[in-house]
Design a protein around this ligand. Structure first.
Ligand code: FES
Length: 164
C-alpha cells in the first residue's frame, strides 16, 4: 500500500498551507508534520511530501539533507544532540560527548539497542553562553559536566522528549 498521510496529518497540512504564499514555502512545516507521523523522513516519506506539495523530489531531498532536525531513518525516543562547535569545544564538549558515548554505548549517528536514544554530534545550537550544552527535543541541558549529563540521561529515560 502506498504511503499516505493520516487524517490528523492531512488536517494539520490543510491548516499550514494557507499561512504561506505558496506550497514550496510550507515545506519545512509539512516535513515536520510528516516526521511527526512517520518518525522519519526517509525517501518514501520525501516522495509523499513532494507529491503533496507538487515539488520536485530533489528539492525536498535538498532541504531534508540540509537540516539536521530531519531524520532520514528511524530514531530513538530521544534524539540527543551534543554540540561540539567552537564555544562548546573550548569548554569541554569533547569530554561531554565522550561521556555520553560511554554511558549510552553508541557513537554519533547510532541508536541504542533499546531504542531509547539516538546520538547526534551537532553544530552550534545557539546557546554558546551556556556551553557546553546539548538538547533533546525542546529541552536544553546547559553548562554541562559529567554529573549533569548523567542526571539528564536519567530524566530522558523516564520522560522521553521525542516529537513522534
Ligand atoms: S558552540 Fe555550542 S551552542 Fe554555540
Amino acid at each position: 500500500m502506498a504511503l499516505a498521510f493520516s487524517a490528523e496529518s492531512s488536517r494539520k497540512i490543510a491548516e499550514i498551507l494557507p499561512r504561506y504564499p505558496n506550497k514550496q514555502a510550507a515545506l519545512l512545516q509539512v516535513l515536520h508534520v510528516a516526521q511527526g507521523q512517520f518518525g522519519h523522513v526517509g525517501a518514501d516519506v520525501q516522495e509523499l511530501v513532494a507529491e503533496t506539495l507538487e515539488l520536485p523530489p530533489a528539492h525536498v531531498w535538498g532541504v531534508v539533507t540540509f537540516y539536521t532536525m530531519y531524520h532520514r531513518e528511524s530514531v530513538g525516543k530521544n534524539v540527543l544532540m551534543v554540540c561540539t562547535n567552537i564555544s562548546c569545544m573550548l569548554r569541554g564538549a569533547e569530554d561531554i560527548l565522550g561521556h555520553v558515548e560511554k554511558k549510552l554505548g553508541v557513537k554519533p549517528g547510532e541508536t541504542t539497542a533499546d531504542g531509547m536514544f539516538t546520538l547526534v554530534e551537532e553544530e552550534c545550537l545557539a546557546a554558546c553562553a551556556d556551553a557546553p550544552m546539548m538538547i533533546c527535543g525542546d529541552k536544553y541541558f546547559m553548562r554541562l559536566d559529567t554529573g549533569k549529563v548523567d542526571t539528564a540521561l536519567d530524566e530522558l529515560r523516564k520522560h522521553p522528549r521525542s516529537e513522534h
